[in-house]
Design a protein around this ligand. Structure first.
Ligand code: PMP
Length: 441
């Protein structure tokens, strides 16, 4: 043992001294906020810090909180399971993860046999899907989109298009295609040029045989980028013609978040070969999953699919309760209605403030994009930061995103209410006024 000092006097106050104390003990330093926030309590769509200040959580604690912070049914289900048997590794069998697997398979498109493998996180699910696609097809090359984010593990980083999140030394055999961003994509609005580019990329940057393409049904960290009509089915067709699979990353866009469907891909007439999910599945309990067509998963089922905590019954019990609460509380429908109201208010702000270049998204997966001027569309990271901080001062937690950190993303718990919409829109209005006036001064 070293004589490393132990701090037994933590009072968790929101001070820079406390933050430094934490940093002395921890390597985890990523925070977008200028000043630290230490949260103590969460309920529904709200959070309270250690000084009793209340916040509306439009970040959904990083899109993980689907049915509301500390939802009593989710907490009760996990507690009961943990008290009976906290963990049961996947070399044995336990009914709770088995039931969850059945329930997840039942959410997939009909007419296919689906199998489920549970993981601890989204990036593990992505890694597994990569291995599965390579094993089934016998091909190595993968395609991914340029402003994609697929996770921090080495394999998931290798298909993450946003370069800030990808170490240059990550494993290869990945070619990136341009994201079909309808606001600032390199080919402008439309679908066809982006599909043509997939063909060109397969022909010029791969061996000609591909294992698959990963597509977030709505890009999250990329700044809430929806795929235009025809893109997913067109991409699937092209990749399948080259021997590969279509893999939907639903880590952010799944579980009713887009309001109109349970899974993001359902709006676009594509049936993926593999679907990866996490975040909202556990409402804060760590769990992810790969759901694959059975014949695709089969070749690797006995070789590579083992995660020590993968079928953890406590997380699985939480996830089963999440699915039940979503259904019983009509949260997908709530996301559709409340999301539409928030989107309308965001459009109102765009009419008022020139710094807002674009407003987009659906359900409770929305974003504002900030620009220096609307003609050049030059991303404005500074205004984004000012609005972000001003909102925080008013008790609204948002998320900066986009490859230039020029977007504010809104991905709250799906129980956000119409009253919250009013409060959030008014706070954003004030924050924008402050930010714009400060910029002029
Ligand atoms: N895919 C997407 C679309 C994500 O947004 C994330 C995480 N933000 C991941 C994968 C990785 O998930 P995790 O952080 O749970 O490993």
């Amino acid at each position: 043992m070293t004589d490393h000092p132990l701090h037994t006097d933590w009072d968790f106050s929101n001070t820079a001294a406390r933050r430094d104390q934490y940093y002395a003990a921890s390597l985890t330093r990523f925070t977008p906020f200028r000043e630290p926030i230490v949260f103590k309590k969460g309920q529904g769509q709200y959070l309270w810090d250690t000084e009793g200040r209340k916040y509306t959580d439009l970040l959904g604690m990083n899109v993980c909180i689907s049915v509301g912070h500390s939802h009593p049914r989710v907490v009760a289900a996990a507690t009961a399971q943990a008290q009976e048997l906290t963990h049961c590794t996947t070399m044995f069998y336990h009914p709770t993860p088995a039931h969850l697997a059945e329930e997840l398979a039942a959410t997939m498109p009909k007419g296919h046999d689906w199998v489920v493998h549970l993981t601890n996180s989204g990036s593990e699910a992505v890694d597994l899907a990569m291995t599965m696609a390579r094993t089934y097809t016998g091909n190595l090359d993968l395609l991914a989109l340029r402003t994609a984010y697929h996770g921090p593990t080495a394999a998931a980083q290798s298909i993450t298009g946003i370069s800030d999140w990808r170490h240059p030394g990550m494993p290869g055999n990945v070619a990136f295609v341009p994201e079909p961003n309808q606001y600032r994509g390199i080919f402008g609005p439309g679908t066809q040029p982006y599909l043509d580019e997939i063909d060109r990329t397969i022909a010029t940057a791969t061996s000609g045989k591909v294992a698959g393409i990963f597509v977030e049904s709505v890009q999250g960290y990329g700044g809430i980028i929806e795929m235009p009509p025809g893109y997913m089915s067109g991409a699937a067709e092209r990749v399948r013609a080259a021997g590969g699979l279509y893999i939907a990353d639903e880590v952010q866009s799944g579980f009713g978040r887009t309001g109109e469907n349970f899974w993001g891909f359902e709006a676009y007439g594509v049936v993926p070969d593999i679907v990866v999910m996490a975040k909202g599945l556990g409402n804060g309990f760590p769990i992810g999953a790969v759901v694959a067509k059975k014949h695709i998963a089969e070749p690797m089922a006995e070789r590579f699919m083992f995660h020590t905590y993968g079928a953890n019954p406590t997380s699985a019990a939480a996830a089963r309760a999440v699915l039940a609460v979503m259904r019983d509380e009509g949260l997908q429908e709530n996301a559709r209605v409340v999301g539409a109201a928030l989107l309308e208010r965001l459009h109102g702000l765009k009419d008022k403030y020139q710094v807002i270049g674009d407003v987009r998204g659906k359900g409770l997966m929305l974003a504002l994009e900030f620009v220096k001027d609307r003609d050049s569309k030059t991303p404005d990271k500074d205004v984004t930061t000012e609005v972000f901080e001003a909102c925080r001062a008013q008790g609204i937690i948002l998320s900066k995103s986009g490859p230039f950190q020029q977007c504010l993303r809104m991905v709250p718990p799906l129980c956000l209410s119409l009253d919250d919409v009013d409060q959030v829109a008014n706070s954003l209005d004030q924050a924008l006024e402050t930010a714009v006036n400060d910029a002029k001064a």
